[in-house]
Design a protein around this ligand. Structure first.
Ligand code: MG
Length: 265
């Protein structure tokens, strides 16, 4: 009986809109205590497609503290996970989802929808935060704002708010998210704002290219003093990884999650 109660406390079946999944309650959630964020999922070692469901599952299986992925919006406002602005020779923003899905990824998966990706990230996952990069819209600021709104709605619908952290090169997308919900966790990617500027905007962290930190080394101490989260991308070479570990970054985004997990201190 005690076992049954424990199980029912740990697991709950969620039926919300199109998102039906089994997930761990937020009260039982604690992300893995490592620095490793798998860039576009853990794709490289197993030759999975970047940003595929398979790469996400592998990042979770490895126990990475985070798995990064990229989100764009189709012509008919379906949110899909893809790095490039095109898929199978089709421009994502100007193509319907029905057309896009006809071109499969190299492992036979369809291009993932954000909904499918979030559902996968909620299942059998007690370690890995979902680090969602919202891509700037090639169509301009207004569509970027709509994209941010649709993403936020999808995350709420899937009850994934406690798993998702948002990153973007588009500062206006992050401030839009903060207008929708001041408690969302956001990190800025573009490397052109000081820790003090981000702090005053309510942005939780820096997520800059490692060269930006090497050119502005005082930002590392400043960010720590401000209580901001320090993330760095995309670090793959052993010497660069060692440098980042030595600087005390909270997170390191890498295409080599297996290697970083092996050498982490
Ligand atoms: Mg990305």
């Amino acid at each position: 009986m005690k076992t049954i109660k424990l199980l029912s406390a740990a697991l709950t079946i969620i039926f919300v809109g199109g998102c039906v999944t089994t997930r761990v309650k937020s009260s039982a959630m604690h992300f893995a205590a490592n620095q490793v964020i798998a860039h576009r999922g853990a794709f490289k070692k197993n030759n999975f497609p970047e940003n595929s469901i398979a790469s996400l599952r592998e990042a979770i299986r490895l126990g990475c503290t985070g798995s990064e992925f990229d989100v764009r919006m189709t012509a008919d406002e379906v949110l899909v996970v893809n790095h490039d602005p095109h898929h199978g020779g089709m421009d994502i923003e100007n193509t319907t989802y029905a057309k896009l899905r006809t071109v499969l990824l190299s492992n036979g998966e369809e291009i993932p929808t954000l909904e499918a990706y979030l559902k996968e990230g909620l299942m059998n996952n007690q370690s890995t935060r979902l680090v969602m990069e919202i891509k700037s819209s090639p169509a301009g600021t207004a569509r970027g704002q709509l994209l941010a709104q649709r993403v936020w709605e999808q995350v709420k619908k899937c009850k994934a708010s406690n798993r998702v952290e948002y990153i973007s090169f588009d500062y206006n997308i992050l401030t839009k998210l903060l207008l929708l919900d001041a408690s969302v966790v956001t990190h800025y990617l573009d490397g052109n704002k000081s820790p003090a500027e981000l702090k005053s905007a309510g942005i939780k962290g820096l997520d800059y290219n490692y060269k930006v930190y090497q050119e502005n080394p005082h930002w590392i101490a400043e960010a720590k003093a401000q209580g901001l989260v320090l993330n760095v991308w995309t670090v793959n070479e052993p010497a660069q990884l060692e440098w980042c570990i030595g600087q005390g970054f909270d997170f390191i985004t890498t295409n080599e999650p297996e290697y970083l997990l092996q050498i982490k201190r």
